[in-house]
Design a protein around this ligand. Sequence first.
Ligand code: EPZ
Length: 422
Amino acid sequence: MEKFVIHKAQPLYGHVKISGAKNAALPILAACLLTSEVCILHNVPPLRDVEEMLALLEGFGVKTEFDKTKEMVQLQAGEIISCDAMQAHAQTMRASFLTAGPLLARMQKAKIPMPGGCQIGSRPIDLHLKGFAAMGANHKLEHGLVELNTKNGGLRGKTVYLDFPSVGATENIMMAATLAKGTTRIENAAAEPEICDLAEFLRKMGAQITGDGTDTIVIDGVAALHGAEHTVIPDRIEAGTFMAAAAITGGDIVLEDVKADHLKPVIAKLAESNVKTEILPEGLRVYRKGKLRPIQLKTMPFPGFPTDMQAQFMSIAAVAKGTSVITETVFENRFLHAGELQRMGADIKIDSRSAVIEGVEELTGSKVRATDLRAGAALILSALAAKGETEISDIYHIERGYYHIEEKLRALGAEISRQEDS
Ligand code: EPZ
């Protein structure tokens, strides 16, 4: 196992290139199951979760080729030899369940392990199953496996209301509906940029989809989809994490390859904390002007403040003079980073879904542990601001969602190294 060793940073300066979005790449890779033709994807980050998804697709018989230097993937689901996800690969990653919709649509059956709950919550799939059932699929849950199949004639278009605008359920039902007979309406759909990127890719494959990015998505089923070429959108959460790094170190950095309109809630919240942004020809400039101010934030489905940026903003609040309040409305247990931040001297009180943070003068470096992907990112941010040396263990969580994060931070002047964790 490896750890990051980080020392208090000078203000970060320089340019950083943001990689392709993990949470757009994963459903788009699954969507390649919907056609027997070749799909070519650009700007795919060589992350652990992407490798897991490719290994899972290969288990179904998909031919894959990943040129990591070009960050380009070529896939062809010419002949699907199995609809039974390999136990090994499917259980480590919740996104494996995004292959259910495409397999149901193409093969009328799928057998996928129940996605494991994880540190941030139980992560149910009831809304995914509600959509598949409405479209005519049966499902059986036993021995931790979800077995799905459609009665005669395949999936039929239906109107599905999502009790919560679930990103994964919206993506799974949208993919399944592309080859269903008739029209599917997803109501109270998620509107995240990653949903729009998936819809864009599906349209390039010949799918008939409108309304993505709103709360109602309409899909008219077609007989077949063809291959397509697509460039994955930039990762707005990686971008937000580097914006937070500039904020917490009082730096001045430029993010290359970002879409500012995907970052509106983060830009707005940073502005409330004396962190300015400026759109330049070469990218998005982020710099702090004055002392960090405390924040009041509530995570919400897009276009609200993203839950995937909540931990990073708790690190900012921990050193912003005054009282901040953070409310997490999307997941039921996404404050695990608070305990680790307290070990660094943060003054945080948790009361169910709200955290009250009293900013302290300075955090102190210590040995901490990444409990999940974004919590790990929050610890890196706090370590950049903390006096002395911080060691972060279990950094495999961080590598799931951040490509070359230590190289990118070092290029901005941070003192971060990777070492064996004894
Ligand atoms: C996606 O997860 C992202 N992952 C998550 O990013 C992100 O935090 C989340 O959306 C919310 O934005 C990927 O895209 C691979 P949800 P997903 O279904 O689809 C409840 C990261 O850090 N729910 O929108 O699993 C669920 O319990 C990861 O990159 C149901 O009740 O999220 C949760 O409370 C973490 N029933 C809420 O909805 C369901 O059937 C949001 O879940 C499905 C979800």
